[in-house]
Design a protein around this ligand. Structure first.
Ligand code: BGC
Length: 675
């Protein structure tokens, strides 16, 4: 230990528990190094001036941030289904941090996409806790391998922005364990240097002073020994927060010191409790003083990584008559996103990049090398706003295909959406063009789910560009002309309408965010209640044709299995495929989902060849959280193991029978084997 806590006065110790300003930590009269924290998940967002901006300032980007690489948002990272890409993303952002003297990156967020309306969904990975946790863990590893810290956020049950600082998230214990805590539990395996508590109360007690979740669950049960930092302004009572083992209050609060000192004098908080937090701050400072911080990528290489990741995160959703890739003919490209793409959402994750976008028609012409021709329409189409429609319609008449680059209005932190549809005029516009030329490909730039059902039947192609950072149009162009075979898959279901989403009836009231859909979030809901969706969880098309075969399941221990299956690429080019393993408890004493994701793999499969995929399953693949036992429990009986190219498209399945000793069972499930 470099810093000995006994060398600090009580005053110095208290000072270390609150930020010096918006981003820096205190130095205890110069006794410790100054540490700098900065957002965020879509690339480094370091503010130029040290001010404490209002939310409106943040959303308008009033206080400029230093230029950095605008990486794909975490929603696109999740659509890659690739731990390798998540790690690469993290290590690329780390280089920007090293270059700009940032010690801790305030990312990633692993909150679950409970509702498609959440204004911050683009900052999160998925509706599925396993996928969110695995991707979060890989991202953390990528950043921290370079000697830069991370902040796993927002702990806990922060799944909407509406009234986020006050609305209590009312969640039952099983749901918390299986859906909302699980991604944190998995990502914590990468030892993030910090965990950030959320703004909201959980079951009536603010996250920042919730001893049960911060101490009993996060520290004692999940064995987290790093630093817990507040979200910016999430602390209401400094001493209650410290007692709950929250170590660092951010940003600077001029009343913090006095409040702690008075609480100490009044015996409401002990010096031991203060020391516990101080020690965690000192440990963090020591971690930042490492010699791993070496920049390994040039600016150009960082941009190339942004493109590489975006290529794997863009999802091909519809390809009627193989309209894509476009390899011949004349195509008009329109929509403002084609030359001024949305790179990410607004708020604390907004990155300023100085990368100059090339319009996509130019990128397409360069890549297709004269085989196909792409022309730019002068029409400006942004959601709800269009001009010069006559120009596009003229082109649509004359040319072979129309590529429409559009997206809903950009959203961000602090607000939720009220609709998941494009504006009525944009929807009408798509239908109008498709009437004149049926060969329409829509490229959707969105960080939140969109209801495509009112117009998707009119178009032949649909590509989910997402919020994919500064490399989005280079990646998209590569996919549109077939240089890259698309390999992204949806990490979030696209619903057919808002009324069909699990959240719809559980909107709560002004004070409460009600989690009464329980564990039935995302595909767990649509499958259980047989609700139609536009595009299911895990869905994404490829230009290649894959066949799944030969499922084998090997048992190694009572609850340890290895699942093997083969994927053959029947096409004459190499391509990547994401395969998914789901598990179903066929007969359970408690209500369980129709299937749950328990493993996945993304593999490059060479042309005309077969690859064997191996997925390991352990106790957690079969268990549910039993609130009476206060533990994960597996019931004896039959389970179905399903291998799919999406949650809906199950290619292979097989049953296994779990027979744990009777001593580990309760009467109901024992009987199934006693008979
Ligand atoms: C956000 C956090 C962010 C912090 C610092 C808060 O408003 O919720 O995600 O890290 O600000 O910018």
């Amino acid at each position: 230990m470099k810093y000995d806590i006994s060398n600090f006065t009580l005053e110095e110790k208290i000072s270390l528990l609150c930020g010096k300003d918006n981003w820096r930590l205190e130095t205890a009269n110069g006794k410790v190094k100054e540490v700098f924290l900065s957002d965020g998940p879509s690339g480094l967002r370091k503010m130029v001036a040290d001010v404490i901006p209002t939310l409106a300032d943040v959303n308008s980007n009033k206080y400029k941030t230093i230029p950095a690489t605008a990486m794909p948002t975490l929603s696109t990272i999740a659509n890659t289904w690739s731990e390798e890409m998540a790690k690469l993303d993290g290590s690329t952002i780390a280089d920007d941090c090293i270059e700009n003297d940032v010690d801790v990156l305030l990312a990633p967020g692993v909150n679950i996409k409970k509702t498609p309306l959440n204004g911050r969904n683009f900052e999160y990975f998925s509706e599925d806790p396993y996928l969110s946790g695995v991707m979060g863990k890989a991202f953390i590893e990528g950043v921290q391998e370079k000697g830069i810290g991370t902040s796993l956020k927002h702990f806990l049950a922060n799944n909407r922005e509406l009234d986020r600082c006050f609305q209590t998230s009312e969640v039952d214990e099983r749901t918390l364990r299986e859906i909302y805590l699980l991604p944190f539990e998995i990502a914590l395996k990468a030892n993030p240097w910090t965990v950030m508590c959320s703004y909201n109360p959980i079951n009536g007690i603010y996250a920042s002073e919730n001893k049960y979740f911060l101490k009993d669950v996060l520290r004692d049960e999940f064995k987290y020994d790093g630093l817990i930092v507040s979200d910016w302004g999430a602390v209401h009572s400094p001493y209650k927060a410290v007692k709950a083992t929250l170590d660092l209050t951010m940003p600077y609060d001029d009343k913090f010191y006095d409040k702690i000192y008075i609480a100490y004098q009044e015996g409401l908080i002990t010096e031991e409790e203060i020391d516990f937090a101080v020690q965690n701050v000192l440990n963090l400072i020591e971690k930042t003083e490492n010699d791993k911080k070496k920049i390994t990528l040039t600016k150009e290489e960082r941009h190339a990584n942004a493109v590489k990741i975006a290529k794997e995160g863009i999802v091909l959703l519809k390809n009627q008559d193989n309209i894509l890739p476009i390899t011949s003919g004349k195509t008009v490209v329109c929509g403002e996103e084609s030359y001024n793409p949305t790179l990410g959402g607004k708020g604390s994750s907004l990155v300023t990049t100085d990368y100059k976008q090339t319009s996509i028609d130019k990128l397409l012409n360069d890549l297709s090398k004269g085989k196909a021709e792409f022309v730019k329409s002068v029409a400006i189409i942004k959601d709800g706003f269009y001009m010069e429609i006559a120009d596009v319609l003229t082109y649509a008449h004359e040319l072979d295909n129309v590529i429409l680059c559009i997206g809903p209005q950009i959203i961000g932190e602090g607000y939720d959406k009220t609709s998941i549809r494009l504006s009525p005029r944009t929807e009408e516009y798509i239908r109008e063009i498709a009437k004149i030329n049926p060969n329409v490909v829509v490229c959707l730039y969105s960080g939140l789910a969109v209801d495509v059902s009112p117009w998707v039947d009119c178009v032949k192609g649909l590509v989910w560009a997402g919020y994919s950072g500064e490399g989005v149009n280079e990646a998209l162009a590569s996919i549109l002309v077939g240089e890259t075979s698309p390999s992204g898959k949806l990490a979030e279901t696209l619903p057919i309408n808002l009324e069909n989403t699990p959240f719809y009836l559980n909107n709560g009231n002004a004070n409460v965010s009600w989690y009464s859909e329980g564990i039935f979030v995302g595909y767990r809901y649509y499958e259980k209640y047989d609700k139609p969706v536009a595009y299911p969880f895990g869905f994404g098309l490829s230009y290649a044709d894959f066949t799944y075969s030969n499922l084998r399941i090997e048992k190694h221990g009572e609850l340890d299995y290895t699942v093997y299956y083969d994927i053959t690429n029947n096409s004459n080019f190499d391509a990547k495929e994401v395969s998914q393993v789901y598990v179903k408890d066929i007969l359970a004493m408690v209500i369980r989902p129709a299937k749950e994701l328990k493993g996945f793999s993304k593999d490059l499969i060479k042309a005309k060849s077969t690859k064997t995929i191996r997925i390991k399953l352990d106790k957690r693949a079969f268990a549910y959280y039993n609130v009476c036992l206060k533990d994960w429990h597996v019931e004896n009986g039959a389970f179905e193991i399903m291998v799919g190219s999406s949650s809906k498209d199950i290619k292979l399945k097989q049953k296994i029978d779990i027979k744990l000793p009777n001593s580990e069972q309760y009467s109901s499930s024992c009987k199934r084997h006693d008979k």
